[in-house]
Design a protein around this ligand. Sequence first.
Ligand SMILES: *Cc1c(COP(=O)(O)O)cnc(C)c1O
Length: 393
Amino acid sequence: MSIDSKYREKISAFLGLEETAIGLFWKGRVGLYGLLQVMGVRPGDEVIIPAFTCVVVPNAIKYLGATPVYVDVNPDTYNMGPEEVEKHITSNTRVIIAQNTFGLSPNLDPFVALAHKHKLRLIEDCTHGFGGSYQGQPNGTVAEASFFSTQWNKPYSTGLGGITVCQDPQLARQIRNWEASLESPGFFKRNLLQAQLMARDHLLKPALYWQLLKLYRLLSAKGIITGSSSGGELEGIQMPADYLMQMSGIQKKRGLKALADWEANKAHRQKLAALYTEALSDLSVPLPGDTPYASHTYIKYPLLVRDRDYIFGEAEKERVPLGDWMLSPIHPVREGFEKWDYPYGKNPRAEFLSDHVINLQTDPGISLDVARRSAAFIRNHKNQLYRKEELPF
Ligand SMILES: *Cc1c(COP(=O)(O)O)cnc(C)c1O
């Protein structure tokens, strides 16, 4: 059996779906673009998204000539609420994108009902949510269409990669045909990815976290290594020339291996999240995760601090590997928001959260020891944490 068939078989079995429901792409954003396209999104249409996302999401919408409409999010799961979404629906709205954020599942049933009521399409941005479940169903199989990213920092990783999932057979056929029409990544791209995967296997030790993070950002900014976004994607809304690509064999092979490791990976994430919760639960600060409807997989463990730059400085000194997701409502953009139709100042909760959120790490490279040190570091700076009653909403 070819690596392609094998990967499709394993991924679809993992999600409990037919193999035909799956589309495979070079990146998650390509899958999103494809879903919007086969759903018929065209110039003048509006697509509703949370005001706390990654810039590649509004990019995919804008590449189709459509307009992203941002909805403010709530601090409990960093997701938008259905009532607020409904207020933003107009006669031009075509699609709602509900987003799993930090591996915290959104409450999807109300979105399914809302989409049905207004005859809209519903996509789940499940890029953070691989392997969790909603009301007992695997994440990514609740909305009529979903997409995963298997990029470096996502819970289940193939270096770069994107997976689409469609419940509707017609939609699934359309996206598969579209996938088949795309080019495969060329020799240079494939080999660069392969080299980076190998380097990562050997290099990513927590002791080197801050140096490697800086080096990685420098090299991606200079275009020397394949960062997850090219400069053009962060500066404007021109689709990069090599954007529309299928998934390569290297990614599929890596995907099979990562899938075999998934249960251990997930158990590790949930264990570290539980450790953080236990260490911080007496502080009366907002902690992520407690929803009755989902099993979360915690790609990151978000916390809210008063002075983020100060905390990052201290963390670097003490070699605590803190994360900086999402430091903007359209991460990682810090200026020129109007290019993405983002109305800065209009989403006070999302903007507050993106100014104050930090994340503790949960990935398999973080040992229990590092996790305990991270929790102790946060406790030592507990005056920096916002208590629940101090949040301005
Ligand atoms: C990572 C991410 C994406 C895009 O995934 P890629 O595979 O990098 O294209 C989309 N949405 C969110 C919220 C993300 O964090």
